[in-house]
Write a protein that binds this ligand. Structure first.
Ligand SMILES: NC(=O)c1ccc[n+]([C@@H]2O[C@H](COP(=O)([O-])OP(=O)(O)OC[C@H]3O[C@@H](n4cnc5c(N)ncnc54)[C@H](O)[C@@H]3O)[C@@H](O)[C@H]2O)c1
Length: 318
């Protein structure tokens, strides 16, 4: 299979490229090294992909907001499927700069879909997010929920991306699978995300910022499990489809911090801060549909996943 991966130098993108290459696929990656977090980290991710890819991997530094760059990527095709992971991620920064999020997440997605329409393939896997369920969906979240009350611009752009994708499936017969990732963690996790940020604070002896009373909870999903879902979606085109990709269970924030402290052998020291706008109180994935449609079953428990993350974190800091 020949696959175009957008956001290839990012956390999930670099792992996706490596998983595709490991099973013999050919991959073209595109990324603009967006400065949302240190581009040196992305270059490091990319060098690990390049080391494992040989001549089945090609990379293009390019911006999906620039049609010439998108065309240059498609010149390296033809592709069987496009895996669209590029985005500005993160809930809180989207409240500060919503216009940048609309451009980075919606204009890019539309450009990509239009280019697929013109040049093929009419087959896309789109990275959506558990944040589309907002603050008032019934838990566990099922894909049939309306998901029409997002509480951050980021969530709104992800839901709008799904709706755009649906339009292309309806009008033009695209196969589009939207994957709602639930808080992904593991090696190369974005440095501003909770587990990575907490590990950094723990190892520097700094207090961990806890927004609210610590009773919020997340369905943390280890990146290896996410990859099984992404590959399953690549291999099973099924018209327009939406799937949750979640972890083995929900974990409360204070429990997460305690477990991470144990994994790193550091006693956590907390500083309590007010609830942050845009954050949802809990996420919890109903995986019934993903199990039936993608054969998706998360295998990595939060305890094992945190131990693996801690091992990677220590090496990455050495
Ligand atoms: N990590 C999670 O927990 C999580 C949860 C839900 C959804 N998602 C979604 O999964 C995808 C990957 O997330 P991630 O955590 O790997 O984030 P990431 O920031 O590490 O990766 C995204 C990559 O996209 C690139 N990018 C951004 N704008 C671009 C543009 N205009 N042109 C080309 N490249 C561009 C960035 O440089 C970055 O390398 C995103 O769409 C994100 O919204 C992630």
């Amino acid at each position: 299979m020949r696959v175009l991966v957008t956001g290839a130098a990012g956390f999930i993108g670099s792992h996706t490229c490596q998983a595709l290459l490991a099973r013999g696929d050919s991959v073209v990656g595109i990324d603009n090294f967006d400065p949302f977090y240190d581009p040196a980290i992305k270059r490091r991710n990319l060098s690990e992909v390049q080391a494992s890819g040989g001549d089945r991997f090609a990379f293009l530094q390019g911006d999906l907001l620039d049609q010439a760059d998108v065309d240059r990527a498609f010149d390296l095709g033809p592709f069987d499927v496009v895996v669209h992971l590029a985005a500005k991620a993160g809930v809180r920064p989207s409240i500060q700069d919503p216009i940048a999020y609309v451009r980075a997440n919606l204009e890019t997605t539309t450009r990509l879909l239009e280019t697929c329409l013109r040049r093929g393939p009419k087959r896309v896997v789109f990275a959506s997010s558990s944040s589309v369920y907002g603050a008032d969906s019934d838990a566990p979240f099922g894909e049939q929920a309306h998901a029409d009350r997002p509480v951050s611009p980021y969530a709104a752009t992800k839901r709008a991306g799904e709706l755009l994708a649906h339009t292309y499936a309806h009008l033009h017969g695209f196969d589009v699978t939207c994957l709602r990732f639930f808080t992904v963690y593991g090696p190369r996790q974005r440095p501003e995300m909770a587990i990575h940020k907490f590990a950094s604070a723990l190892c520097k002896g700094e207090p961990i910022p806890v927004f609210g009373d610590g009773g919020s909870s997340r369905d943390y999903t280890y990146v290896d499990d996410i990859l099984v879902g992404v590959l399953g979606a690549i291999d099973r085109p099924q018209g327009f489809a939406v799937f949750n990709l979640g972890g083995d269970r929900e974990t409360k924030l204070l429990d997460l911090i305690r477990m991470l402290g144990q994994a790193l052998s550091v006693q956590p020291n907390l500083v309590h801060l007010p609830e942050a706008a845009g954050d949802v109180p809990r996420t919890s994935a109903d995986l019934t549909r993903a199990t039936a449609g993608l054969g998706y079953r998360p295998k990595v428990s939060i305890e094992d996943g945190l131990a693996r993350f801690a091992a990677w974190y220590r090496i990455s800091q050495a």
